[in-house]
Design a protein around this ligand. Structure first.
Ligand SMILES: O=C(CO)COP(=O)(O)O
Length: 256
Protein backbone atom coordinates (compact mmCIF):
# COMPACT_ATOMS: atom_id res chain seq x y z
CA UNK A 1 0.00 0.00 0.00
CA UNK A 2 1.43 3.41 -0.93
CA UNK A 3 0.80 6.49 1.19
CA UNK A 4 -2.00 8.86 0.26
CA UNK A 5 -0.82 11.91 2.23
CA UNK A 6 0.52 15.13 0.77
CA UNK A 7 4.28 15.19 0.11
CA UNK A 8 6.06 16.66 3.15
CA UNK A 9 9.55 18.13 3.21
CA UNK A 10 11.18 19.35 6.41
CA UNK A 11 14.43 21.24 6.75
CA UNK A 12 16.13 20.55 10.07
CA UNK A 13 18.66 23.33 10.48
CA UNK A 14 19.97 21.76 13.72
CA UNK A 15 22.43 23.99 15.63
CA UNK A 16 23.47 26.06 12.60
CA UNK A 17 23.20 29.66 11.48
CA UNK A 18 23.49 33.27 12.51
CA UNK A 19 20.97 36.10 12.23
CA UNK A 20 22.61 37.05 8.97
CA UNK A 21 22.90 33.60 7.35
CA UNK A 22 19.33 32.80 8.36
CA UNK A 23 18.01 36.04 6.84
CA UNK A 24 19.74 35.06 3.59
CA UNK A 25 18.35 31.52 3.64
CA UNK A 26 14.81 32.75 4.35
CA UNK A 27 15.02 35.23 1.51
CA UNK A 28 16.19 32.45 -0.86
CA UNK A 29 13.29 30.26 0.24
CA UNK A 30 10.77 33.10 -0.08
CA UNK A 31 11.74 33.71 -3.69
CA UNK A 32 12.16 30.04 -4.70
CA UNK A 33 9.67 28.54 -7.11
CA UNK A 34 8.10 25.71 -5.11
CA UNK A 35 5.62 23.09 -6.25
CA UNK A 36 2.31 23.87 -4.59
CA UNK A 37 1.32 20.35 -3.53
CA UNK A 38 4.00 19.96 -0.88
CA UNK A 39 3.89 20.74 2.85
CA UNK A 40 7.16 22.52 3.60
CA UNK A 41 8.42 23.05 7.15
CA UNK A 42 11.71 24.49 8.38
CA UNK A 43 13.14 24.01 11.83
CA UNK A 44 15.57 26.72 12.94
CA UNK A 45 17.39 26.78 16.29
CA UNK A 46 15.12 28.12 19.05
CA UNK A 47 16.80 31.51 19.22
CA UNK A 48 16.00 32.23 15.57
CA UNK A 49 12.41 30.94 15.54
CA UNK A 50 10.88 34.37 15.98
CA UNK A 51 13.05 35.84 13.24
CA UNK A 52 12.05 33.08 10.81
CA UNK A 53 8.35 33.15 11.73
CA UNK A 54 8.33 36.91 11.18
CA UNK A 55 10.01 36.76 7.78
CA UNK A 56 9.20 33.48 6.03
CA UNK A 57 6.49 33.25 3.37
CA UNK A 58 5.86 31.00 0.36
CA UNK A 59 3.52 28.80 2.45
CA UNK A 60 6.40 27.49 4.58
CA UNK A 61 5.61 26.55 8.18
CA UNK A 62 7.99 26.55 11.12
CA UNK A 63 8.91 23.81 13.60
CA UNK A 64 10.75 23.66 16.89
CA UNK A 65 13.57 21.14 17.19
CA UNK A 66 12.39 19.86 20.56
CA UNK A 67 9.93 20.64 23.36
CA UNK A 68 9.56 19.86 27.03
CA UNK A 69 7.61 16.86 28.27
CA UNK A 70 4.86 18.88 29.96
CA UNK A 71 3.80 22.32 31.07
CA UNK A 72 6.57 24.87 31.46
CA UNK A 73 7.93 26.01 34.82
CA UNK A 74 11.19 25.44 36.65
CA UNK A 75 12.97 23.52 33.87
CA UNK A 76 16.11 25.45 33.05
CA UNK A 77 17.05 25.35 29.40
CA UNK A 78 13.76 23.86 28.23
CA UNK A 79 11.07 25.25 25.88
CA UNK A 80 7.44 24.22 26.29
CA UNK A 81 5.00 23.19 23.59
CA UNK A 82 2.78 26.11 24.66
CA UNK A 83 5.64 28.52 24.03
CA UNK A 84 6.30 27.10 20.56
CA UNK A 85 2.63 27.46 19.79
CA UNK A 86 2.52 30.96 21.25
CA UNK A 87 5.14 32.29 18.85
CA UNK A 88 3.54 30.65 15.82
CA UNK A 89 5.27 27.30 15.43
CA UNK A 90 3.06 24.61 13.95
CA UNK A 91 5.37 21.63 14.40
CA UNK A 92 8.00 20.10 16.64
CA UNK A 93 10.62 17.41 15.99
CA UNK A 94 10.85 14.61 18.55
CA UNK A 95 13.06 11.55 18.80
CA UNK A 96 15.80 12.81 16.54
CA UNK A 97 18.76 10.45 16.74
CA UNK A 98 21.04 13.25 17.90
CA UNK A 99 18.81 13.67 20.93
CA UNK A 100 18.41 9.93 21.46
CA UNK A 101 22.09 9.06 21.17
CA UNK A 102 23.98 12.21 22.18
CA UNK A 103 21.58 13.50 24.85
CA UNK A 104 20.37 10.07 25.95
CA UNK A 105 16.63 10.59 25.45
CA UNK A 106 14.72 7.35 25.96
CA UNK A 107 11.74 5.99 24.04
CA UNK A 108 9.13 6.58 26.75
CA UNK A 109 10.34 10.13 27.46
CA UNK A 110 10.10 10.95 23.75
CA UNK A 111 6.62 9.43 23.51
CA UNK A 112 5.38 11.52 26.43
CA UNK A 113 6.80 14.71 24.93
CA UNK A 114 4.97 13.99 21.69
CA UNK A 115 1.70 13.29 23.47
CA UNK A 116 1.93 16.62 25.27
CA UNK A 117 2.84 18.58 22.12
CA UNK A 118 -0.06 17.01 20.18
CA UNK A 119 -2.42 17.88 23.03
CA UNK A 120 -1.27 21.48 22.73
CA UNK A 121 -2.04 21.55 19.03
CA UNK A 122 1.41 21.09 17.49
CA UNK A 123 2.12 18.61 14.72
CA UNK A 124 4.89 16.16 15.59
CA UNK A 125 7.68 14.98 13.32
CA UNK A 126 8.43 11.68 15.05
CA UNK A 127 11.87 10.32 14.20
CA UNK A 128 12.89 6.68 14.26
CA UNK A 129 15.91 4.84 12.94
CA UNK A 130 18.54 2.22 13.64
CA UNK A 131 22.29 2.54 14.25
CA UNK A 132 24.77 0.87 11.92
CA UNK A 133 25.53 -1.96 14.32
CA UNK A 134 21.82 -2.63 14.75
CA UNK A 135 21.35 -2.82 10.96
CA UNK A 136 24.33 -5.13 10.66
CA UNK A 137 22.94 -7.35 13.40
CA UNK A 138 19.65 -7.67 11.46
CA UNK A 139 17.77 -5.64 14.09
CA UNK A 140 16.53 -2.71 11.98
CA UNK A 141 12.85 -3.59 12.18
CA UNK A 142 13.03 -4.51 15.90
CA UNK A 143 14.56 -1.14 16.76
CA UNK A 144 12.22 0.89 14.57
CA UNK A 145 9.10 -0.95 15.76
CA UNK A 146 10.14 -0.51 19.41
CA UNK A 147 10.51 3.25 18.81
CA UNK A 148 7.13 3.39 17.04
CA UNK A 149 5.50 1.44 19.88
CA UNK A 150 6.73 4.02 22.40
CA UNK A 151 5.05 6.79 20.41
CA UNK A 152 1.88 4.69 19.97
CA UNK A 153 1.62 3.94 23.68
CA UNK A 154 1.81 7.61 24.64
CA UNK A 155 -0.22 9.42 21.97
CA UNK A 156 -3.95 9.18 21.46
CA UNK A 157 -3.85 9.08 17.66
CA UNK A 158 -1.64 9.52 14.61
CA UNK A 159 -3.43 12.60 13.18
CA UNK A 160 -0.87 15.41 13.00
CA UNK A 161 2.07 13.03 13.23
CA UNK A 162 4.60 12.65 10.42
CA UNK A 163 6.99 9.72 10.85
CA UNK A 164 10.58 10.37 9.81
CA UNK A 165 12.70 7.29 9.14
CA UNK A 166 16.29 8.38 9.66
CA UNK A 167 18.84 5.59 9.74
CA UNK A 168 21.55 6.87 12.07
CA UNK A 169 24.36 5.67 9.77
CA UNK A 170 23.03 7.89 6.98
CA UNK A 171 22.75 11.12 8.98
CA UNK A 172 25.38 13.71 8.17
CA UNK A 173 27.62 11.02 6.72
CA UNK A 174 27.00 11.51 3.00
CA UNK A 175 26.05 7.81 3.03
CA UNK A 176 22.43 7.88 1.86
CA UNK A 177 20.26 4.77 2.15
CA UNK A 178 19.59 3.37 -1.31
CA UNK A 179 16.04 3.94 -2.53
CA UNK A 180 15.45 0.20 -2.02
CA UNK A 181 16.82 0.19 1.54
CA UNK A 182 14.63 3.16 2.45
CA UNK A 183 11.56 1.75 0.68
CA UNK A 184 11.93 -1.55 2.52
CA UNK A 185 11.79 0.12 5.93
CA UNK A 186 9.07 2.60 4.92
CA UNK A 187 6.89 -0.28 3.71
CA UNK A 188 7.52 -2.10 6.99
CA UNK A 189 6.52 1.01 8.97
CA UNK A 190 3.33 1.31 6.94
CA UNK A 191 2.54 -2.35 7.57
CA UNK A 192 3.23 -1.79 11.28
CA UNK A 193 0.71 1.07 11.24
CA UNK A 194 -1.85 -1.17 9.52
CA UNK A 195 -1.37 -3.86 12.17
CA UNK A 196 -1.12 -1.57 15.19
CA UNK A 197 -3.39 1.36 14.29
CA UNK A 198 -5.58 0.93 11.20
CA UNK A 199 -5.48 0.75 7.42
CA UNK A 200 -6.68 4.33 7.29
CA UNK A 201 -3.89 5.56 9.55
CA UNK A 202 -1.35 3.56 7.52
CA UNK A 203 -2.51 5.13 4.29
CA UNK A 204 -2.82 8.70 5.58
CA UNK A 205 0.31 9.01 7.74
CA UNK A 206 3.27 10.54 5.93
CA UNK A 207 6.46 8.49 6.26
CA UNK A 208 9.41 10.66 5.25
CA UNK A 209 13.06 9.74 4.80
CA UNK A 210 16.06 11.53 6.32
CA UNK A 211 19.79 10.91 6.05
CA UNK A 212 22.07 12.61 3.51
CA UNK A 213 19.22 13.64 1.21
CA UNK A 214 20.41 16.14 -1.37
CA UNK A 215 19.40 17.70 -4.65
CA UNK A 216 21.01 14.88 -6.61
CA UNK A 217 19.41 11.89 -4.87
CA UNK A 218 15.97 13.16 -3.85
CA UNK A 219 14.15 12.30 -7.09
CA UNK A 220 15.13 8.63 -7.04
CA UNK A 221 14.10 8.38 -3.41
CA UNK A 222 10.83 10.23 -4.04
CA UNK A 223 9.83 7.68 -6.68
CA UNK A 224 9.54 4.96 -4.04
CA UNK A 225 5.93 4.12 -3.27
CA UNK A 226 6.20 4.53 0.51
CA UNK A 227 8.44 7.59 0.65
CA UNK A 228 6.14 10.55 1.26
CA UNK A 229 8.80 13.23 1.58
CA UNK A 230 12.03 14.04 3.38
CA UNK A 231 13.60 15.41 6.53
CA UNK A 232 16.73 17.18 5.35
CA UNK A 233 19.70 18.33 7.41
CA UNK A 234 22.77 19.78 5.70
CA UNK A 235 21.19 20.33 2.30
CA UNK A 236 18.33 22.34 3.84
CA UNK A 237 20.81 25.11 4.69
CA UNK A 238 21.14 25.94 0.99
CA UNK A 239 18.00 27.57 -0.40
CA UNK A 240 18.33 26.46 -4.03
CA UNK A 241 19.17 22.87 -3.13
CA UNK A 242 16.35 22.64 -0.60
CA UNK A 243 13.96 23.91 -3.30
CA UNK A 244 15.19 21.16 -5.65
CA UNK A 245 14.46 18.58 -2.94
CA UNK A 246 10.97 20.01 -2.36
CA UNK A 247 10.29 19.95 -6.08
CA UNK A 248 11.31 16.29 -6.37
CA UNK A 249 7.60 15.69 -5.71
CA UNK A 250 7.34 15.86 -9.52
CA UNK A 251 9.30 12.57 -9.74
CA UNK A 252 6.67 11.04 -7.48
CA UNK A 253 3.79 12.30 -9.61
CA UNK A 254 5.22 10.56 -12.68
CA UNK A 255 5.20 7.15 -11.03
CA UNK A 256 1.82 7.17 -9.25
O1 LIG B 1 19.24 14.38 10.61
C1 LIG B 1 18.79 14.71 9.53
C2 LIG B 1 17.53 15.45 9.44
O2 LIG B 1 16.86 15.48 10.64
C3 LIG B 1 19.53 14.43 8.28
O3 LIG B 1 20.72 15.13 8.28
P1 LIG B 1 21.58 15.19 6.93
O4 LIG B 1 20.61 15.49 5.80
O5 LIG B 1 22.58 16.27 7.17
O6 LIG B 1 22.18 13.82 6.78
Amino acid sequence: MAGSGKFFVGGNWKCNGTKESIAKLVSELNSAKLESDVDVVVSPPFVYLDQVIGSISNGIEVSGQNSWIGKGGAFTGEISAEQLSDIGCKWVIHGHSERRHILGEANDFIGKKSAYALEKGLGVIACVGEKLEEREAGKTFDVVFEQLKAFAEAISGWDNVVIAYEPVWAIGTGKVATPQQAQEVHAAIRKWLTDNASTEVASKTRIIYGGSVNGANSSELAKQADIDGFLVGGASLKGAEFATIINSVTAKKVTV
